[in-house]
Design a protein around this ligand. Structure first.
Ligand code: SAM
Length: 276
């Protein structure tokens, strides 16, 4: 029988965020592939996992994939983990997973934390539609161009950023997006110094510069959608105008007009109108 390849999410800070299924899987597979085996050893010690660990990182992924596929084909069950969060999300594994799937090997997700989704869930920014772009280019000219190509996106934009560049990136964002765009800085999620601030860019720059310690740690940056709808304000406006419009015209026409005024989508306005 062919072995299965398990893609196992691990905590992004707080070890208590590991799932029962993740521990059980890591204990029962025959081999665990890890980005940094010394780092993962700490997780293994904490949860008393004694499965052998093998290094699997961006520098050896391509070279190791063939032998891993052979092991899976010979019946060995293998789990892939990264240093933190969900493998393949700005982490190694894409090459291995795509090859395994082409070979007909079963790839099983063991879901758990990921910094993007964790940050989005508490940012207060639109969560119905978003784009994630991983890490921004490290060189300023490339970074500014990259940001400029994304100014018109009508959805929340999410990036990962290193503490080394967080201030420079926020300054570039101010140049590209202006001072009115709302941004969320989600720092050290699930850890002791967890900080989540959603504000206009100049206030976030002020936060980062008032204390150099504020620039330390791991960051997710979320930029609000270009259409800048504040959903709470828009819903309040809709609640006021919809009964007035519906008293003058049919639900269909009233909801079209309400959608134009509030920026909320037509279907949602119509559903509200027919509830009146
Ligand atoms: N695979 C991971 C995931 O699912 O989130 C991401 C790995 S990526 C190499 C590491 C980056 O994720 C960090 O530089 C930071 O931008 C973000 N990140 C990871 N853990 C975080 C945390 N606890 N708080 C904020 N950002 C975090």
């Amino acid at each position: 029988m062919t072995g299965k390849l398990f893609i196992v999410a691990t905590p992004i800070g707080n070890l208590n965020d590991i799932t029962y299924r993740a521990i059980e899987t890591l204990k029962t597979v025959e081999l665990v592939l890890a980005e940094d085996t010394r780092h993962s050893k700490k997780l293994f010690t904490h949860f008393e996992i004694s499965t052998p660990l093998k290094a699997f990182h961006e520098h050896n992924e391509r070279e190791k994939t063939d032998s891993i596929i052979s092991e899976l084909n010979s019946g060995v069950s293998i789990a892939l983990i990264s240093d933190a969060g969900t493998p393949l999300i700005s982490d190694p594994g894409y090459f291995l997973v795509s090859h395994a799937k082409k070979e007909g090997i079963e790839v099983v997700p063991i879901p758990g934390p990921s910094a993007i989704i964790t940050a989005l869930s508490v940012s207060g920014l639109a969560s119905n539609s978003f784009s994630f772009f991983g890490f921004l280019p490290s060189k300023q000219t490339a970074r500014i161009k990259y940001l400029q190509n994304r100014t018109d996106l009508n959805e929340t934009i999410i990036f990962y950023e290193s503490p080394k560049r967080i201030l420079a990136t926020l300054n570039d964002m101010l140049k590209v997006f202006g001072s009115e765009r709302k941004v969320c800085l989600a720092k050290e999620l699930t850890k002791s110094f967890e900080t989540i601030r959603t504000d206009k860019i100049p206030s976030l720059i002020e936060y980062l510069t008032t204390d150099p310690a504020h620039q330390k740690g791991e960051f997710v940056i979320l930029i609000s959608s270009a259409d800048k709808i504040d959903l709470v304000d828009a819903e309040n406006q809709l609640a006021k105008i919809l009964p007035i419009l519906c008293a003058e015209m049919g639900a269909s026409k009233a909801s079209k007009l309400a959608a134009k005024i509030t920026g909320i989508d037509k279907k949602h306005c119509y559903n509200r109108a027919i509830e009146l």
